[in-house]
Design a binder for this molecule. Sequence first.
Ligand code: FES
Length: 166
Amino acid sequence: MEKENLRLNQDLERRTFLKVLIMALNALITVALAVPGLGYILTPLFRKDEQTWVKVGRVEDSPQGSFTKAVFRYISASGYVREEKSAFVWMRQEEDGQLTAFSPKCTHMGCNVSWSGRNDRFECPCHGGMYDERGNVIDGPPPRPLQRFETKVENDSIFVKRTEDG
Ligand code: FES
C-alpha cells in the first residue's frame, strides 16, 4: 500500500513538472511571436517624417529679384497613414546666384503668407503680419522670422530640405 502511494506521488510530481514545463514553453512561444508582431504594429505610431530633400524646380526657371511659388509634391507618413501631398515654398535667386527659400507658413498661426513685390515684403492675410525679404518680422503679431529652408542644386534641379513642420 505504501509503495503504491509512493508511486502515485511520483506520478503526480512528474505530471505537475510536465504541466509547468509545457506552460513555460507556451509562454516562451507566445512572447517570441508577440514581440515582433507588436513591434510591426506599433512602430508606425512612433515614426515621424524625416527631413527630406524635395525637388522644387529648375535653376533656369527660378527668377532673380522676386519671390515665386515653387510647388512640389511629397509623401507624408504619419502613423499608418501615407499620402501624397503638395506644398510650396517662396523662392528666389539672389544676385550672386544663391537660392533663398522660405516656408509660406506665418509663424503666428500658420496662415500662408504672400509675397508683395510692390511692397517688397511678405504679407499675412490673417492678422496683418509682415516680413521683409530676409524673412524677418517687420510688423504684426508673428513671434519669429519665416522658416528658411536649406537649398541645393544638382544637375540644374533645385532641391529644398523640408520637414513635416515646413
Ligand atoms: S497668422 Fe499671420 S499674422 Fe496671424
